[in-house]
Design a protein around this ligand. Structure first.
Ligand code: C5P
Length: 227
């Protein structure tokens, strides 16, 4: 298990990161949250005024892509992985609905994906990693030892995300979140560059009605089946 690469792909807000973190803890793997990396690039573009009226100033962003340094660092106290953009901890800033609304436009850009995928491959190549995202089993690590494709009904996913945001005190409505989840799935699945799709050799996990422990048990079972 030491050099294993586990790929978890699937729809927005279906708990991929929870499962990935549980697996990382259980097997002492490094967790790589690839969505956080696209969110950090989106934050950069927002900070530089490169997104207006939902439109990305693609050329300007491309010119600055070399100035975007995204890192995932493990917080020694909380043991949680945190996202850094050019040396600043942006973990809280990248989780807002505002960023969720623009991230699919940014992640559809070929030059953004190229850079992030290279970084992810570099971070994961030695193994001992679990990555979650949209294209891990299809593009980033097509030879991953275990591939999971996660999904759940849009309403259930939106409700979970809504509860989370309520807890954080973010003023959003259930409808806004549901719309965002559905729109992101649509944009992510229909884009030209590395669209979200199930790898042929992925196990499909619909967790609409499964507890956190059920999901972990289900995956452990698949791990055994995969040898
Ligand atoms: O996983 P998360 O919801 O944080 O991902 C945010 C967005 O980043 C997705 O909606 C998708 O547009 C993009 N993404 C991607 N490829 C990945 C991970 C995320 O395009 N591997």
């Amino acid at each position: 298990i030491q050099n294993i690469i586990i790929a978890i792909d699937g729809h927005s807000s279906c708990g991929k990161s929870t499962v990935a973190k549980d697996l990382a803890k259980k097997f002492d793997l490094t967790y790589i949250d690839t969505g956080a990396m696209y969110r950090a690039v989106t934050l950069f573009a927002r900070q530089k005024g490169l997104i207006s009226d939902g439109q990305v100033h693609t050329d300007a962003l491309q010119n600055q892509i070399g100035n975007i340094h995204v890192e995932l660092r493990k917080n020694p106290t909380s043991k949680q992985v945190e996202t850094f953009l050019n040396g600043t901890n942006v973990e809280a800033q990248i989780r807002t609905l505002e960023i969720s609304k623009h991230v699919s436009a940014i992640s559809a850009l070929a030059f953004v994906r190229k850079r992030m995928v290279e970084l992810q491959q570099e971070m994961g190549k030695a193994g001992g990693v679990v990555l979650d995202g949209r294209d891990i089993g299809t593009v980033v690590f097509p030879d991953a030892h275990l591939k999971i494709f996660m999904t759940a009904s849009p309403e259930i996913r939106a409700q979970r995300r809504f509860d989370e945001m309520q807890e954080k005190g973010e003023a959003v409505t259930f409808k806004e979140i549901l719309d965002n989840v559905v729109l992101r799935d649509h944009l992510d699945s229909t884009r030209k560059e590395s669209p979200l799709k199930q790898a042929e050799d992925a196990w499909v996990l619909d967790n609409s009605h499964l507890s956190r422990q059920d999901q972990l048990d289900w995956i452990l079972d698949r791990l055994q089946k995969n040898g």
